[in-house]
Design a protein around this ligand. Structure first.
Ligand SMILES: NC(=O)c1ccc[n+]([C@@H]2O[C@H](COP(=O)([O-])OP(=O)(O)OC[C@H]3O[C@@H](n4cnc5c(N)ncnc54)[C@H](O)[C@@H]3O)[C@@H](O)[C@H]2O)c1
Ligand SMILES: N[C@H](CO)Cc1c[nH]c[nH+]1
Ligand SMILES: [Zn+2]
Length: 398
């Protein structure tokens, strides 16, 4: 189906599930592992015998993996690692007006990674979060992901977990997994920050526990905005839209184009789908960019002839695929992350990088403070009424 106007609310808006997620969180807080066993049986329709995956179970599951898939993971791993290593910031020191100052980067000590697995499994997500975490030298990494229908862990997930050397893997998913990582249970370690995408239940849970644990933001059901001009191939546009629509009915897929010919060819191919796609005819590409910046999508495909130049006009997007680059290449191997902001969060942050796993710890050391700076600090302290602040400075340097 096609809508020719944008929805008032995003299809992936999670506010509607907040009440049920709040109850899930409360039951995990109150009943720990028992709640996890019950909720897994109720929501994942599978009985698990344990929550923490043993070394042996991990190895057994990984051994089931097709060697070709192992090889694909190994190849993707190197590309993603190269991207994240490029972003590692240096410790920086300097000084001004008699004060030496700087920044040392510190890794977050305990990280929880959520790896989605519902209708489809997403072991690629563990690569996307685990590699920057390892590049950032995070010491403790705990992974939670729903069990498969055999009540065990996905073989590719097990292979990646072993390859990364994560500390624990828990076979629980959904809001209950987020609650367990946030509060800890008998089996699940409490972490300092949770990183990872997931459905509306997972994102609502991250939002609700963000008062007790750090979160990387909101990375919910997939969003794709395509800006296409007359150079775009309609068959590629259709495939990119249908690819990201595979993630579920609550994905948000928008085509913005100024070209009637292209629009007509795309409409013919998608109008009979059950999924609602949004198509907007724009006056020109600038208007398309203006609409895209307002949407602030997770994925933006700039499928136009002068993509590199026009990229400067894109201010709100999680990740941009340029020209005829398929967004799905970012999903797996390009280097940039596929854990990307949704629900408008692309206005304030981009995709997951090493920066999600490190903190800038700043320092200052007074050597021979400049008189004017000294006086300024004391007069500001007195102006704000913090006289002892002023005294604690003056006593040292006046
Ligand atoms: N934004 C991003 O960066 C990004 C990246 C990858 C995937 N995704 C999105 O992640 C999502 C994956 O969703 P998924 O469902 O396949 O896997 P998921 O792991 O996110 O969610 C599955 C869990 O949801 C829970 N659940 C299911 N129905 C429920 C209900 N009625 N009440 C309470 N809990 C319930 C179950 O416990 C289950 O374990 C997709 O929407 C996909 O688009 C987003
Ligand atoms: N496009 C998804 C992010 O919205 C990421 C993904 C993982 N696997 C396939 N696709
Ligand atoms: Zn995808």
């Amino acid at each position: 189906m096609i809508s020719y106007s944008l929805p008032n609310e995003r299809p992936n808006d999670f506010s509607r599930v907040i009440p049920v997620v709040r109850d899930i969180i409360e039951s995990v807080k109150a009943r720990g592992d028992n709640a996890l066993y019950q909720l897994t049986e109720k929501l994942d329709k599978v009985k698990i015998n344990n929550i923490k995956v043993s070394e042996e179970e991990l190895k057994t599951q990984a051994s089931k993996l097709d060697p070709k898939v192992k090889q694909a993971i190994d190849v993707a791993y190197e590309q993603l690692k190269a991207f994240h290593e490029m972003l590692v910031p240096p410790n920086i020191g300097g000084g001004y007006q008699g004060i030496s100052f700087g920044v040392v980067w510190r890794s977050i000590e305990k990280i929880g990674i959520y790896v989605p697995s519902g209708k489809y499994s997403y072991p690629s997500t563990l690569l996307m979060a685990g590699i920057p975490a390892k590049v950032a030298k995070v010491k403790e990494i705990y992974v939670a992901s729903p069990p498969n229908q055999e009540g065990s862990v996905n073989p590719a997930l097990a292979y990646v977990a072993i390859k990364l050397g994560v500390n624990d893997v828990y076979k629980v998913g959904g809001a209950q997994a987020i609650a367990a990582l946030a509060y800890g249970t008998e089996s699940v370690r409490k972490v300092y920050k949770i990183v990872g995408p997931g459905n509306v239940y997972v994102q609502a849970a991250k939002f609700l526990v963000s008062n007790v644990v750090g979160i990387d933001g909101i990375e919910g059901p997939t969003e794709l905005v395509i800006i296409a001009d007359e150079t775009a191939k309609p068959e590629h546009v259709v495939l990119d839209m249908k690819a990201q629509a595979e993630h579920g009915p609550d994905t948000y897929i928008v085509l913005l184009s100024n070209d009637d010919e292209l629009l007509k060819k795309v409409e013919e191919k998608i109008m009979d789908d059950k999924k609602i796609y949004y198509i907007i005819k724009t006056k020109n590409i600038d208007e398309a960019i203006e609409i895209a910046n307002k949407i602030a999508p997770e994925h933006l495909s700039l499928y136009v002839k002068d993509a590199y130049t026009l990229m400067d006009k894109i201010v709100n997007a999680g990740a941009i695929s340029l020209g005829n680059t398929p967004p799905a290449i970012i999903d797996y191997v390009a280097g940039p992350n596929h854990i990307l902001p949704t629900n408008g969060w692309a206005r304030i942050r981009g995709g997951v990088t090493v920066y999600d796993f490190i903190k800038p710890t700043m320092y200052a050391n007074v050597r021979d403070i400049n008189k004017q700076l000294l006086e300024a600090s004391i007069s500001l302290a007195n102006y704000e009424g913090f006289v002892i602040h002023g005294k604690s400075i003056g006593v040292r340097y006046e």
